[in-house]
Design a protein around this ligand. Sequence first.
Ligand code: EPS
Length: 378
Amino acid sequence: MFRYLTAGESHGKGHIVVLEGIPAGLPVSEEYITRQLQRRQGGYGRGGRMKIEKDRAEIISGVRHGLTLGSPVSMLIHNLDWDNWKDVMSTYPISEQTEPVTKVRPGHADLPGVLKYGHDDVRNVLERASARETAARVAAGAVIRGLLDKFNIVINSHTVCIAGKWAKASGPTDWDKVEASAVYCADGDAEKLMIKEIDAARDAGDTVGGVFEVVAQGVPVGLGSYAHWDRKLDGKIAQAMMSINAIKGVSVGMGFDMAALRGSKVHDVIGTNLHRKTNNAGGIEGGMSNGEPIILWAVVKPIPTLGKPLPSVDLKDGKLADAHYERSDVCVVPAAGVVGEAMLALVLAEALLEKFGGDNISETLNNYKSYLASTEVK
Ligand code: EPS
């Protein structure tokens, strides 16, 4: 069974991730992991924190001479900002109490979090609820992409919309252009409008959200299950995407646009080679991959830490007060797309290992090859 767990507080010493169930013999490159972490730190609209952090994952275990051992892989990402928070975030008791955060932010985990855990300092919630945790997930995704590489599965993401400014879809996405864009969007005209919206929101002490798309190419047919509700691939993907901070909705393929169309205009006609001319299903039918690219959209809400805080309550005395503000991002849509890639990679890896098993990657690939032979059209 493949599984992973993250730990860490935003301004604590660092973030840790432990991955278990990875076959032995997969190449792991710290350089590649660092590149993915840097992509997550990027995107126009990030705040002051990203000038402090230079994310790098230190591999602690499970890898020897650049190859996985089959034992748990663990990594540590240091928070460079920890230096400024040593007292506030000390794991030891401290002599003088630090000022608690008591003015809860609407839209954040603050209020339900303190009520649920019985905290009187919102910091006990916001530190873990912070999207900084997604750095650990991206590191995990970067390791597991070593497995996907063996299956020639490639995952990309790009920004489709920020603050109501939509990219024009014209033919296949130019991924090099996406990487070169400040907002990870290949449509240069849309990029300019998105940046304008981000600047305007920042000037107004506000935030903006949007939509990103994640695409996985090369996924073999038959990952997931039509027989078990909890192994349906689209169900697993939706859960993984919804678990990313600030994500409020996920769709597969044509998604919500299906609501307006008849079945004859939605379903992808099957040709003699079993491939399709269209991919409205977004690569998933009946809870299983169907061999076409997996295509997902996710909507990111405007993040709830506002430069000009919303009215709220101070839990200290129950009186009305503006919400807490320290410093924040204005837009995280491009970064969220990079996290979406990692989450999709992790779900696909789990589904691949569930189907093909293997303690060593050669064993996994042999099982895969004999399966491929069995799916060839007679
Ligand atoms: C976040 C608040 C900001 C973001 C942070 C998520 O951090 P800070 O409170 O230190 O200014 O920059 O995201 C990250 C640190 C990151 O690495 O993505 C929040 O409240 O969720």
